[in-house]
Design a protein around this ligand. Structure first.
Ligand code: B12
Length: 220
């Protein structure tokens, strides 16, 4: 069993490795976390995602610019490749289907990819449309796959304005679909105002929210 000190050391190393875009270090420490018996999900969230949060702050204070951000996210994905296969699901049976994507005009997809990963490990079938997704594409994919949930991500105050439009478009074609929204500028109040059925501020809560919405649908 890994000691608390060693755990802290690995998590800090992963955080710092993402911030310093050290891909090799992140890969090695991710492997060490697995070899030494750490929980993969906790390692992703408290190591890799925490590092990306610091990167966000460095971008806000203009210490980092676009090239650095992209190198940091490459390091994050190196770690994710190692850790993701080890994230355990508590109940393995298929829970439902989700269409997910970042809305039109928005290329931010790191958070969306974390949400997608959590859905997959929780046993959902995920149809990932990627980023900068045309609004009609969400409607088409939902109808094609008959997914119970459409999950929309937006990271900009400008792009999140697409959310109420796409929600209206989806509900018009299929009123029973549940819509989950998220991303840094989105809040519970905004979600309500836009007519969404659920909101979550992180990947783990997104899955909880989706399970709640699916049970509501099945009660109908
Ligand atoms: C990384 C980044 C980029 C990268 C994106 C790389 C990529 N592949 O994603 C690059 C460099 C390309 C980029 C570009 C731009 N960016 Co940028 N970027 C960021 C940055 C630094 C971090 C975002 C991030 O990845 N965070 C880490 C992840 C893990 O967190 P997250 O996305 O919030 O996701 C979590 C939750 O929100 C939630 N969640 C996310 N999605 C969903 C979906 C659902 C359904 C649910 C339930 C939950 C959920 O769960 C996630 C995991 O816990 C932020 C700054 C910041 N402080 O956030 C700016 C930021 C988002 N960018 C910004 C801007 C303005 C831009 C540009 C316009 C810059 C420019 N002038 O060119 C362009 C956008 C171009 C476009 N059309 O989209 C602004 C947006 C301002 C605003 N409020 O509108 C920010 C806030 C920076 C700032 N302070 O100015 N950016």
């Amino acid at each position: 069993m890994v000691t608390e000190d060693r755990k802290e050391e690995i998590l800090k190393g992963l955080h710092d490795g993402v911030v310093a875009f050290e891909e090799d270090r992140v890969e090695e420490l991710s492997q060490a976390a697995i070899d030494e018996g750490m929980d993969a999900y906790e390692t992703i969230m408290d190591g890799l995602a925490a590092g990306m949060e610091t990167v966000g702050k460095l971008y806000d204070t203009q210490e980092y610019f676009v090239p650095e951000i992209l190198m940091c996210s490459d390091a994050l994905y190196k770690g994710l490749d190692v850790l993701q296969p080890h994230v355990k699901d508590k109940e393995a049976k298929m829970k439902g289907q989700v269409v997910i994507g970042t809305v039109e005009g928005d290329v931010h997809d790191i958070g969306k990819n974390l949400v997608k990963m959590m859905f997959e490990v929780a046993g959902f079938m995920v149809h990932d449309l990627g980023r900068d997704v045309k609004l009609e594409k969400f409607v088409e994919e939902q109808l094609k796959t008959d997914s119970e949930i459409v999950a929309l991500s937006a990271l900009m105050t400008t792009s999140m304005l697409a959310m109420p439009k796409v929600i209206e478009m989806i509900k018009k074609r299929n009123p029973n679909v549940k819509i989950l929204v998220g991303g840094a500028p989105v809040s519970g109040d905004v979600a309500d105002k836009y007519g969404a059925d659920g909101y979550a501020d992180n990947a783990a809560n997104a899955v909880q929210e989706a399970i709640r919405m699916i049970s509501q649908l099945r009660e109908l």
